[in-house]
Write a protein that binds this ligand. Structure first.
Ligand SMILES: *Cc1c(COP(=O)(O)O)cnc(C)c1O
Length: 439
């Protein structure tokens, strides 16, 4: 049955393997975490994907975050089409990029913003800026937090908590990660130890405002505030990476601040995904004095041929304007239904699991007990997840092909789409139960 359904995707994947490493342009798309052949998607509408064989799936990938409103939202499509007809790139300032910058500044705690084309570029630039502004070199990050494929951040924890990192990827020299310290997430003592030992050399600490790239692992209450205060006490900048959480986890557009803005804010923030509306657009921004160090005003160089591209920024701006509180209420409600149904199905089937949330974002861990850091996230039953994933796929629900990802809903996930997910869950949970522990 699976065979018959995936004829075209299989043939296309064979062709892709001949011209592209792993057949994909970003690794997790290759299904290496779950086995099998990735679906080539031919079109998408609302909550639904249609693959090259004409099979439809409820989409829980959402382009890995950007598709807050669902696919091919008519107003976004109309705005983008009109923008493209006016010319796709000029290399001069344009109104859409100005208005997107104004929208981001209005909705978040940042004072100045610079637009770029990817989340990787945003975090890379934020770190360069933090180093330039502080005149220091050391960067602190957390294991399991992903900040794009920036050399300095593709780092694995060193042998002790306050020691410098090893390279986390072949091709990244030790010199690129030699100024990076990797700590366990949610571990205040480790942060204190690192700052006690290296505080006067630390340019910045970068963290996902709520971790979403090892599954969803929210910061413990007060943790981000603690990080902010620790950075301030040592003259380091506090950088929250909101590429995934920004305009997704909460209606106000950002997540990192515990409840209200109570006298602290990140020095720099990065955004991407939702703010590009499905196009390559991302941003970094923050304190006016820090951002003033950026070229052309200051000595920290940063640039981009397609930065602030008028079509991409039109998509992002239209998306953000449509991201009203009602959208986040819908995400919350639909999320509650899916989380409860997943938990019930897995409980019924006897599969250990843990559902975790950060605002409207959530993920299902295939292990029991609360997950607070990467070590915890790593203890999942990946074999059970793979069986679960494929049973859901066969039932017409496309989960992320990795156990370490959030399940992304959208404003377009209506009763029909949510119903399809809920119906598919019990059989998938039984498939997971049958596969448990079998390596
Ligand atoms: C996706 C992501 C990035 C990288 O963004 P790209 O656009 O893929 O380069 C950086 N940080 C976080 C938190 C992300 O989720």
């Amino acid at each position: 049955m699976v065979e018959a359904r995936t004829t075209s995707s299989r043939a296309l994947f064979e062709r892709a393997l001949a011209v592209t490493p792993g057949g994909v342009n970003s690794p997790v798309r290759a299904f290496n975490g779950v086995g099998g052949t990735p679906r080539f998607i031919a079109s998408a509408q609302g909550a639904w994907l249609t693959d090259a064989d004409g099979t439809r799936y409820v989409d829980l990938i959402g382009s890995w975050g950007p598709m807050l409103l669902g696919h091919a939202h008519p107003e976004v499509v109309a705005a983008v089409t009109a923008a493209a007809a006016r010319g796709t790139s000029y290399g001069t300032p344009t109104v859409p990029e100005l208005e997107l910058a104004e929208e981001i500044v209005a909705r978040t705690p940042i004072e100045r913003v610079r637009l770029v084309s990817s989340g990787t570029e945003a975090t890379m630039s934020a770190i360069r800026l933090a180093r330039g502004f502080t005149g220091r070199d050391v960067v602190v990050k957390f294991a399991g937090c992903y900040h794009g494929h920036v050399d300095a951040l593709l780092a694995a924890a060193g042998s002790g908590v306050a020691t410098f990192a090893r390279s986390g990827s072949s091709g990244v020299p030790e010199s690129a990660t030699g100024e990076t310290i990797v700590l366990p997430y949610n571990d205040r003592a480790a942060v204190e130890a690192a700052f006690a030992e290296h505080g006067d050399r630390i340019a910045c600490l970068v963290t996902e405002a709520a971790a979403g790239n090892m599954g969803v692992v929210p910061p413990e209450p007060g943790f981000n505030r603690f990080l902010s205060e620790t950075c301030a006490a040592h003259g380091a900048l506090f950088v929250t990476d909101e590429v995934m959480t920004g305009f997704r986890a909460s209606a106000q557009g950002y997540w990192g601040i515990d409840g209200a803005v109570e006298g602290w804010r990140p020095d720099l923030m990065t955004f991407g995904k939702v703010m590009g509306g499905g196009f390559p657009a991302a941003a970094f921004g923050g304190r006016a004095d820090v951002m003033g160090s950026l070229s052309p005003d200051g000595p920290v160089y940063q640039a981009g041929t397609l930065s602030g591209n008028p079509v991409a920024t039109t998509a992002g701006l239209t998306t953000l304007r449509l991201a009203t509180p009602a959208v986040y209420e819908h995400l919350t409600k639909a999320g509650e239904v899916v989380k409860r149904a997943a938990s019930e199905a897995l409980t019924e089937a006897g599969v250990p699991h843990q559902v975790q949330s950060a605002g409207t974002m959530f993920s299902v861990f295939f292990r029991s007990g609360r997950v607070t850091d990467f070590e915890g996230a790593s203890g999942q039953d990946l074999t059970a997840y793979a069986a679960f994933f494929h049973a859901m796929l066969d039932a017409g629900v496309h989960l992320p092909p990795s156990a370490y990802e959030a399940w992304f809903l959208s404003a377009a996930h209506d009763d029909e789409a949510v119903g399809r997910i809920v119906e598919a869950l019990p059989a998938a949970a039984r498939a997971a139960a049958a596969a448990q522990g079998a390596a």
